[in-house]
Write a protein that binds this ligand. Sequence first.
Ligand code: NA7
Length: 538
Amino acid sequence: MARRTPRAHYDAIIVGAGFGGLHMLHRLRGLGLTVRLFDAADQVGGTWFWNRYPGARCDFESHDYSYEFDDQLQQDWTWSERYPAQPEILRYLNHVADRFDLRTDIQLRTKVTSAQYADDTESWTVGTEGDDHTETASAQFLIMATGALSLPRLPDFPGIDRFAGRWYHTANWPHESVDFTGKKVAVIGTGSSGVQVIPRIAQQSEYLYVLQRTAGFIVPAHNRPLSLDEDDAIKSDYQAYRDRARESYLGVHFPTEDVSALEATPDERTAAYEARWQAGGSAILATYPDLPTDVRANDTLADFVRSKIAELVVDDDTAKLLTPQGFPIGSKRLVVDTEYYPTFNRDTVELIDVRADPIEEITETGIRTSNTEYNVDAIVFATGFDALTGPLLNIDIRGTNGRTLTDKWSAGPTTYLGLAIAGFPNLFSIAGPGSPSVLSNVVRSTEQHVEWIAELLQHMREHGYRAIAATPDAEQRWVDDVNDVAAATVLTSANSWYLGANVPGKPRVFMPYAGGVPEYRRICDDIAADNYRGFVLS
Ligand code: NA7
């Protein structure tokens, strides 16, 4: 039987040792709070600990995808590539843990399974499972830094247990390197993870089947080593660089033309898109201000990207199948690639349309679709996550009067600012549903949340408050705002994981806040300045 260790009490418990959790721990320790951080992994790093598949790389640029809270840290750290690869981000987060001496308050290999609020003591009791023991710990505040994309999703195909080969999920990749040399491999899924892993597996494997359900919009990264001159140019005025990002919709500065896409002539548009295509990255989505809001404007960019696929893929049928149709560009997350389309020009790579011929089951020797059987030695699931709500609902969270979060969110997530949940006092979520989160540079968004929460806890200490609770009214108004803002964009018109569409039975609610990073920050700051309007402090 699992050993139980004695219960401990802290000012705050943090769940998750990724970007948000590590920074939160540092910030709260700086306020003199006693803090315990739990994480199920055996290293810090959060999503960058788990997603270690070949080709795993961030789709934001290195300097943007790094902390700004400590100037010496940002001056001392030198990124080696334009887009940081998973091992480099993991090294960075380990460096942060060492540099700020965070490890003494971090308990790894410890999965938080439950969290219960006690109305009488106004505190949370958290249940955990470790390698060989269970534990409870309590705290006045509970901060969920569990990430938006941390609960991997394996489709419910029957038969996976009888597959005689090896199978992998990109978000739970083995630590030892996986060798596909001489193997027949199938990859299921062509989102960001699939698009990154497919070219790498194609280089090794004897034969690769790519099982695609939906063709996405994919633009080139043009990744490359960063020169010291480029690094110096940013570091010489990092503050200006950060200020520009802070004022930008995504929390990253991308140059935008000052006319509508529809006002520009076709030649001007093509030139503007071509320049951004050649420069690389998701900046192309910001070419014109109306691309996210006007379908006709959006179509001009969608058509441009479609024309590129026809240029890059030699076989016409394959190119056609890789061409996205039926949803606006950006309504599913734009994928940034390296060598994805040319991979389909190899004669050892075959694209399979599993929308026309759906997967029925996994067999002992491979994958059976309605019409065909594919015999393979290995299957790679790049099938994504139960995004945003999954990581929170995966823990048995119970608020006031024992009400479960699962019950409260049965029709979809409701939050105040994406930071707090009515009926769950003293609990905060970092980059959770209802905040810009996955629609932004998440490092900028987690830092903003960490600062906001830290200032709130300091305020509570100074004024002798013990509990803070979002009011149901304020929460409802925020939920309405989140819906209204999303409805004014093209974002709700695709079957995306932003809407929960990738998980059968999940309520279809647009989850992140689409009003942009600057507007969101302004709202959060106004609420704090107005004595935390919409919260009851006691
Ligand atoms: P995504 O973007 O959710 O991609 C998952 C892919 O798996 C996508 O192509 C799905 O097709 C496909 N999928 C999921 N279930 C199935 C089934 N049952 N059959 C066939 N294909 C399936 O996850 P990623 O890991 O690539 O990226 C997530 C984010 O992580 C990314 O945006 C970055 O922010 C980092 P669909 O499109 O649903 O038809």
